[in-house]
Design a protein around this ligand. Structure first.
Ligand SMILES: [Zn+2]
Length: 79
């Protein structure tokens, strides 16, 4: 009288659905299907402008609170 363990399968499938392909390379948020791998059109444009300009510069309109989540902090002088 043994039943197949469906809970394991269900949990695995749901886990994959919630984390499809990592996170947005710009702000580390969950990517939107329409803009993958980015979370929004703005982040896609940010990445595009980086490539076009040839250097990695954070635009001024990027929210400051997204900087210190997973991104290494920029070099700072300590006193
Ligand atoms: Zn983003």
């Amino acid at each position: 009288m043994t039943k197949p363990d469906k809970t394991t399968d269900d949990a695995t499938a749901r886990d994959k659905a919630e984390a499809p392909t990592g996170s947005c390379p710009i702000c580390k948020r969950a990517p939107e299907a329409a803009y993958r791998p980015f979370c929004s059109k703005r982040c896609a444009n940010v990445d595009l402008s980086r490539w076009l300009s040839g250097n990695y510069v954070i635009p001024g309109d990027e929210p400051a609170d997204t900087w210190d989540e997973d991104t290494p902090t920029p070099p700072q002088y300590e006193h």
